[in-house]
Ligand binder design. Structure first.
Ligand code: ACO
Length: 321
């Protein structure tokens, strides 16, 4: 049996932390108290104007490759999860391949599942490796949401930040990923979207993030609870064998609500939303890398990564680290 194991993690946050009070100083009609009470967010990072998702991804990728102890040319598959690609095409994954000077012609493509993108990308890469067709995948979540924020819409602009996270996934006889589940229900797409497009040489529609926050909140709490139970059942392991949950970092109240529904001690949940805000596809690999580097997640630990994003698209991956 071939498993896919995470053998290296890396991440990158651009610039200095931006506090809630900094947002007030920049003219957003909000307060530190409101943001902390409703979301748990205290700081986030924003990329410099013009900085692209691939630039953040490259730094995270180099760190993950270094942690894995392999060479960039040993990578034979690159999957980038992003909903803020550098360009309409080519894929951000091909730009990362070029940036890493990988000249071996390996496959490289993007997946788009918004805040659940990393879970979709990891589950996809695992299937390539388990099939035997590929041996070492670079899986990245990267987003520059700041370019899509309407700074006059205080119900969205305070929530998001920019960043990137990456893992190297390698074929192994030792268990790594044990199960993954992916779901989507596109009928909810107007609850969370950027309803703009480019056509006829112009942006058509609205190029900013729009969201019905309360509807997203209710849906997220319900399905995140269900999807963790589902992946645990599929893996055939006991729920109390899970050492760590690494959820998508959108809002501390969403995380607390489903942890309670699952009967899960909050101490087992990795949270970085207070420091990073919602970095969309980057949030899970960023949180994972933080917990690996600070020594909480150690070799042999059992981890569930789970997320939900626009669409809606949601899912979970259970793996032994
Ligand atoms: N600062 C101050 N006041 C605000 C702000 C703000 N940033 N934003 C909204 N308000 C005000 C509203 O205007 C409203 O005022 P009113 O009562 O005078 O009309 C009041 O606060 C309550 O607004 P609600 O939208 O009802 O606030 P709610 O308690 O629902 O919190 C929030 C909003 C934080 C967005 C919440 O709905 C939420 O967390 N939803 C989840 C959405 C999410 O996390 N999305 C991220 C992307 S999706 C994903 O990643 C899963």
């Amino acid at each position: 049996m071939i498993y896919a194991r995470i053998v290296g993690t890396g991440s990158h946050l651009p610039g200095e932390p931006v506090t809630n009070d900094d947002l007030v100083r920049r003219g957003v009609d909000t307060s530190d108290e409101w943001i902390v009470n409703r979301t748990g967010i205290r700081t986030r990072h924003f990329a410099a104007p013009g900085c692209k998702s691939s630039e953040l991804a490259l730094i995270a990728a180099r760190r993950a490759i270094e942690a894995a102890g392999c060479a960039a040319d040993d990578i034979d598959l690159i999957i980038v999860a992003t909903s803020t690609p550098d360009f309409i095409f080519p894929s951000t994954a091909t730009l990362v391949q070029a940036g890493l000077d990988i000249g071996n012609g390996c496959a490289a493509f993007d997946v788009q599942a918004v805040c659940c993108g990393f879970v979709y990308a990891l589950a996809t890469a695992e299937k390539f490796i388990r099939s035997g067709s590929h041996r070492r995948a670079l899986v990245i979540g990267t987003d520059v949401f700041s370019g899509f924020l309407d700074w006059t819409d205080r119900s969205t602009c305070v929530l998001f930040g920019d960043g990137a996270g990456a893992v190297v996934l390698e074929a192994s006889e030792k268990p790594g990923v044990r199960a993954s589940v992916l779901h989507a229900d596109g009928s909810h797409h107007p609850l969370l979207w950027v309803p703009g497009a480019v056509a006829g040489g112009q942006v058509t529609g609205d190029p900013f993030v729009r969201m019905d926050g309360q509807a997203v909140f209710k849906f997220a709490v319900k399905v995140l609870d269900e999807v963790v139970r589902e992946v645990v059942d599929l893996a055939g392991v006991a729920q109390d064998s899970i050492d760590w949950l690494v959820p998508h970092q959108a809002n501390i109240r969403i995380i607390q609500s489903w942890a309670k529904r699952l009967g899960l001690p909050i101490e087992k949940v990795i949270t970085t939303v207070n420091l990073h805000g919602n970095t969309s596809a980057a949030s899970i690999p960023l949180a994972l890398d933080c917990a690996v580097r600070d020594g909480r997640i150690r070799p042999g630990h059992r981890v569930v990564a789970e997320g939900i994003g626009g669409g809606f698209a949601w899912g979970a991956v259970l793996f032994d680290f």
